[in-house]
Design a protein. Structure first.
Length: 190
């Protein structure tokens, strides 16, 4: 018993010396995320080029260090740690047709900062389980989880949680197994 208690106390002392990785992402408005992570700090933002063309920009200091063009209408822009590596990913809701789904519909694209600097596609989703209505990031877990609202064939709306695994999003839960969280209700419409 004494040996176990002593081992526990020594173990606790060792854990206190472990460096804590500082990470934060704050979305300041609908098109701007400020981040701080082990590789530094910066801004990820969506800028409008024309009525139907946008750019994701990675800004450090006063300089745009990389950009990625999107030639589709955008309905959502947000950031989070989808891979669990303390480097932010960018989630963009686009409206576009795809090769296998020719009808224009809402899609979810995920971009990551390759080498902590360059914006590169991580997943360009043509569809989640059902047609997408909207999404948000649940940040209470690492890696973060994508919370979607989807439209079933009969017109009902369902909520689903996904986690980025390997190539693409992996289904995690849907009601009634979906835990109720603050702000996790139906989307509010204007």
């Amino acid at each position: 018993m004494t040996v176990c208690l002593l081992g526990f106390l020594i173990g606790c002392g060792q854990r206190q010396n472990v460096a804590v990785r500082e990470y934060s992402v704050v979305q300041t408005d609908s098109v701007t995320c400020h981040y701080r992570c082990p590789m530094g700090e910066g801004i990820l933002r969506l800028t409008t080029v024309t009525d139907s063309t946008y750019r994701i920009e990675h800004v450090r200091g006063d300089s745009v260090v990389d950009a990625w063009a999107l030639d589709y209408p955008i309905y959502r822009f947000t950031c989070g740690d989808m891979t669990g590596d303390s480097i932010p990913e960018v989630l963009v809701g686009t409206i576009k047709a795809t090769r296998y789904r020719p009808k224009k519909d809402k899609r979810l694209f995920i971009f990551h900062l390759y080498k902590g600097r360059f914006i590169r596609p991580l997943w360009l989703g043509s569809r989640v389980g059902c047609p997408l209505i909207d999404f948000k990031i649940e940040t209470d877990t690492v890696p973060n989880i994508v919370h979607t609202w989807e439209r079933k064939a009969n017109g009902d709306t369902i909520e689903v949680l996904y986690q980025l695994k390997g190539f693409g999003l992996k289904y995690m839960a849907s009601p009634p197994a979906l835990p109720r969280r603050e702000g996790a209700g139906r989307l509010k419409t204007k």
